[in-house]
Ligand binder design. Structure first.
Ligand code: NAP
Length: 543
């Protein structure tokens, strides 16, 4: 079959599945939800499975950002007055609607992102878990806290959490739903209004989230989406918002940090990674084939970690360190697993590995692999594009013999490509793991969990999974983010909410002013205070 005929067949099949389920009417309705003026140029969105056009949204301008932030600022004044429990109830309704309508957002995520349904479902889970978690903990996190006063009895002090105001979220294309709305959920429940600039490749997933939030009862204007170019809209957002949440590349993060410094607005950033995994001699190998075994399979876990989202996951594994005793068993088994994972364009659950997202991604991934192979790396699995499946498909790839001269040795590939290295000594493996400018995620695989925990403590990464690639850390209520060049601040957990607030301390002085006690001159005041301070030194819990 000729490639063009094959492509048409794939396109037809995907289109048939899509229109039978939801249809283009949904996209048109979603596009109408963009917070932009009219008329505007169309921002055309592609289906990576086929290279064909999915639909378009109006392309926002810097003026649209100014208007959106103004509307958000006005809406936030009422939103902050809504009791936290009522804000949390909207989050729970959003949670229920996402689960009930998962089929719809799964189609949208897959069609504009090109990932497998299994990986798209990770986004649904994350949005629901995040909404439920913050719905349940926000009242407690945001409640005013009684703090120890300057002097016992003479003052009372409370810490309040005030919203920042308008939070701007700039998000990437790789997990477009969860990496936009997950952060927005925390910002909203803290009493902020939010303006999201989604990636130009994937605006529909975020527009869907905004539509569902409106159905869940979120007041108008509190959450707005302005699609458009980051380079064009980014500066307008930074010039007008009160806080910035950015997920994307380290290079863009640096640029944004410089701009934010001009206004001294605070930000958090989740950036790139070159994530390692350490497989120890006693790692539980397990068997392939989901559902046939209980227990941990390092082969399955690492294969998933390399191929999830076609490797376009900030936390996916690109460096694999395997101890000598298990290397010759484990590495061929992993190569075999990668070769046999179902790959292709499908809106069904039958496929594990989807497509890369764009020409740019295909070119970068191909260039990294070709450069490595040209310089002597050995291909153990994959290594090639798969134009027979769709324009941007690339085989899950395992490379051996990767050296410092090769681009993929240190730079983030952001594709289903992993370099495997042999090691004898654990100290040496840890040193190699930490020898990176990045520090986002890592994993350690061993039957001896105590030993793996000791290794985790020595790894410079914001999250470390033990016998898990990234899902156990990511989906937990514990903070997630990067060491070194992988980020600033944390999402998830308590810090993931509190970063969207300002701490405000309100202290009340009672009876007498503590700066000048009655009947005491300055010298006597100093003597009395010194005695008091000395005495307090021996009262546990008093600062
Ligand atoms: P990117 O180029 O930095 O783009 C990410 C977002 O930033 C997009 O919305 C983009 O808009 C916008 N943008 C681009 N230039 C900008 C500028 N000058 N000012 C303001 N915004 C700007 O990132 P990418 O390469 O597409 O995404 C992949 C990267 O994200 C990888 O490095 C990956 O590791 C990282 N990532 C990190 C995490 C994490 O949690 N740590 C999660 C996911 C991805 P347009 O593209 O629409 O112009």
């Amino acid at each position: 079959m000729s490639p063009s005929k094959k492509k048409k067949t794939v396109a037809d099949a995907v289109d048939r599945q899509w229109t039978a389920r939801v249809g283009p009417a949904l996209l048109e309705r979603l596009a109408e939800g963009a917070a932009v003026g009219s008329p505007r140029e169309p921002l055309v969105v592609e289906v990576p499975f086929t290279g064909e056009t999915l639909g378009s949204v109006p392309l926002g301008t810097p003026d649209d950002v100014v208007v959106a932030v103004g509307v958000a600022r006005a809406a936030q004044k009422d939103w902050v007055a809504v009791p936290v429990n009522e804000r949390a109830a909207i989050l729970l309704r959003f949670h229920d609607l996402v689960i009930a309508n998962a089929h719809e957002i799964l189609d949208v995520i897959q069609l504009e992102g090109g990932k497998s349904r299994r990986n798209a479902f990770e986004e649904v889970l994350d949005a629901a878990i995040t909404a439920r978690y913050y719905a349940h903990v926000s009242a407690s996190l945001l409640r005013p806290k009684l703090r120890q006063g300057a002097l016992p009895l003479l003052t009372t002090t409370r810490e309040y959490r005030r919203p920042k105001g308008v939070v701007a979220v700039i998000s990437p294309w790789n997990y477009p739903f969860m990496l936009s709305i997950g952060d927005a959920i925390a910002a909203l429940v803290a009493g902020n209004a939010v303006v999201i600039k989604p990636d130009s490749q994937t605006p529909f997933s975020v527009l869907w989230a905004a539509q569902v939030f409106a159905e869940a009862g979120l007041p108008k204007g509190v959450l707005q989406i302005v699609p458009g170019s980051g380079a064009v809209l980014g500066p307008a957002l930074i010039d007008n918002a009160d806080y910035l949440m950015f997920t994307g590349s380290t290079a863009t993060g640096r640029l944004i940090a410089q701009q934010a410094a001009g206004r001294l607005i605070d930000y958090s950033m989740e950036l790139g990674g070159k994530n390692p995994a350490i497989v120890l001699d006693d790692a539980p190998l397990g068997r392939r084939a989901a559902g046939t075994t209980l227990g941990i399979s390092t082969v399955d876990g690492i294969a998933f970690s390399i191929t999830s989202g076609s490797g376009q996951v900030c936390v996916s594994c690109e460096r694999l360190y395997v101890q000598s005793g298990i290397y010759d068993t484990f590495v061929p088994a992993l190569a075999e697993a990668l070769k046999t994972l179902p790959i292709g364009p499908s809106l069904g659950w039958d496929v594990d590995v989807g497509s890369l997202s764009s020409t740019a991604q295909l070119e970068k991934v191909s260039a990294h692999v070709n450069d490595a192979v040209a310089k002597g790396a050995k291909v153990l699995a994959g290594g090639k594009p798969r134009p027979d499946l769709g324009p941007y498909f690339f085989e899950p790839t395992l490379l051996e013999g990767v050296t410092e001269e090769m681009d993929l040795c240190r730079a983030e590939t952001f594709g289903p490509v992993c370099a495997v290295y042999r090691f004898d000594d654990v100290d040496e493996a840890i040193a190699r793991v930490n020898d990176s400018e990045y520090g986002l995620n890592a994993s350690v695989w061993s039957k001896d969990v105590g030993r793996a925990k000791q290794i985790a403590a020595r790894i410079e990464a914001g999250t470390v999974g033990i016998n898990d690639a990234y899902q156990a850390t990511w989906a937990s209520a514990s903070p997630m983010g990067g060491f070194k060049q992988s980020g600033v601040g944390r999402r998830h957990g308590a810090p993931g909410l509190l970063r969207f607030t300002e701490a405000q301390t309100v202290a009340v002085e009672r009876v007498v002013p503590i700066s000048r006690l009655p009947f005491l001159d300055n010298e006597r005041y100093a003597q009395v205070m010194s005695l008091a301070i000395k005495a307090l030194r021996y009262i546990p819990g008093i600062k």
